[in-house]
Design a protein around this ligand. Sequence first.
Ligand code: MNH
Length: 460
Amino acid sequence: GRQFPHPGHRRPVIGDLLTVDRSRPIQSMLEASRGLGPIWELQVLRQRLVFVGSAALTAELCEETRFCKALPPAVAALRDYAGDGLFTAHNDEPNWQLAHELLVPAFTKSAMRSYHPTMVETASELFDYWDRQLAHGPVDVSRDMTKLTMETLTRSAFSQDFGSFRSAEPHPFVAAMVTALETGRRKGTVRTLPGGGALAWLLDRRFARHQDYVDDMLDDLIAARTGSDDQHDLLGIMLNVAHPETGERLSPVNIRYQILTFLVAGHETTSGALSFALHYLSRNPECLARARDEVDGLLGDDPTAMPEFEQVAKFRYVRRVLDESLRIWPTVPGFARGPRESTLLADEYRMDPDDYAIVSLGAVHKDPEVWEEPDRFDPDRFLPENVKKRPPHSYKPFGAGLRACIGRQFAIHEAVLVLATLVHRFDIQADPDYDLRVTERLTMLPEGFELTLRPRTRTA
Ligand code: MNH
């Protein structure tokens, strides 16, 4: 195919490798792309990655008739433990269609009613834990939000309470899970290097026992629940709901893949979104005051009050804070799209079925054709009248089309609930000298971001 603009100094063999900072690859690749236009490429060793950074090209790649999800090597590497689970399945794998049809009903907005009590309970446990911690100084926001979202997911997915806020040590399952995920990610990176296969094999060996532990525990759990006909959590639904037309069910192994997928796709993503939102609230007193006025008005003057299910959707301003945080820092920084058949992107760039382009959300969400003063935090960009003025594909934090995020409502319900109740219950104070640093794991998270919390006594 044709060459796209690339950052200067391309070297033989290694290509643009030196422009990629291995400790923050995504941010450094985005910085290197400035000024290259709406489409650019990076060649890292044998891999050639094409990126798209404008709302207009994103709109085209989101046309489901012409394009569909692609699995770049970093995503395909997750198949080692997530197999043909929803996130890592190829478009034509039969288990994708089956799982999608069985699980969509469990993730609708109204289905959130059944997870709401769990979300409330888990958030309350975090806040009680913070009450006990306050004397010990500021709290590590990303760490505690990650514990919270993990705990919410294990309870919602398979009714397992790991007591993250009752003991200092993480539960062995959670520790093994985190290690296994980290290994999966490192293997994904390592495989693209020369001789990387051998290194990946070593990592495989070193960390296989963590993955085995997690797999065994989930397999036991699935076996223990087989035969009961409850449908009170995601596992129950996966075990007991058959496809209405074909009567098919998910296999036990595929159920394990789905559970791992929910844990991977759902915990750090939501925790990052919560942490970024708290960062911006702590930096923008006016926004914080508006969020708090809204919540105080709906929850009343008891700072420990928790909302009913129906109330969460009424925190409109808090929702805009979340939307705006995900604009500036999309915690899933991109997604890949490939053509169904050979086609020309923008009537100009030929793409064949094996090609794909990565939608760089960090660029699209700041496309100057669409966003005024893109670096400024302004939740009112998401007032309905302003949303209507923008082209529809200028904001895509949850991906696109058939393979868009199935957990979107889950993430939004949880994040809005937690942000609202947190500002209702605590005064938050950031270190004025803190400069936002973003660490890259599977997703993007603020690093070293702390808040000093003070319980509010009455809100009135
Ligand atoms: Mn989620 C797919 C972002 C929360 C489960 N998610 C995606 C995609 C994006 C995304 C982007 C599309 C990826 C691609 O095209 O390759 N997800 C998010 C963000 C949050 C999030 C920004 C939180 C904020 N996701 C969640 C939660 C869950 C979840 C919570 C589960 C409980 N996500 C998924 C699954 C998929 C997905 C499953 C794959 C869906 C499919 O391909 O059928």
